[in-house]
Design a protein. Structure first.
Length: 94
């Protein structure tokens, strides 16, 4: 995975079949706030890119959705982070 600032990290132990590039910082908050919609909008508007096997990425995301939600409960709708993410996103769109 490569972030907007050029930093790169490898997630997992195996050779990846895809490379996720997050081109804007706000994409992370959008995906945390609404995973499917945040990803779809970022992908469509070229703010996020998946190089390689898009199907493998989607399968991995679906298979790990409940893990993600449990791990990041502090980001759930109504949480302080969620309200801040909403504000940051709306400010960035003005």
């Amino acid at each position: 995975m490569t972030l907007w600032d050029g930093s790169t990290t490898l997630i997992g132990k195996h050779k990846p079949s895809f490379h996720l590039m997050i081109k804007e910082r706000s994409v992370i908050a959008e995906i945390i706030r609404s995973p499917q919609l945040g990803f779809a909008e970022a992908y469509i508007h070229d703010r996020l890119e998946v190089k390689g096997d898009l199907g493998a990425f989607i399968k991995l995301a679906i298979n790990n959705q409940s893990r993600f939600e449990k791990r990041f409960k502090i980001f759930s709708r109504g949480s302080r982070f969620h309200r801040r993410a909403d504000r940051a996103t709306s400010i960035g769109q003005q």
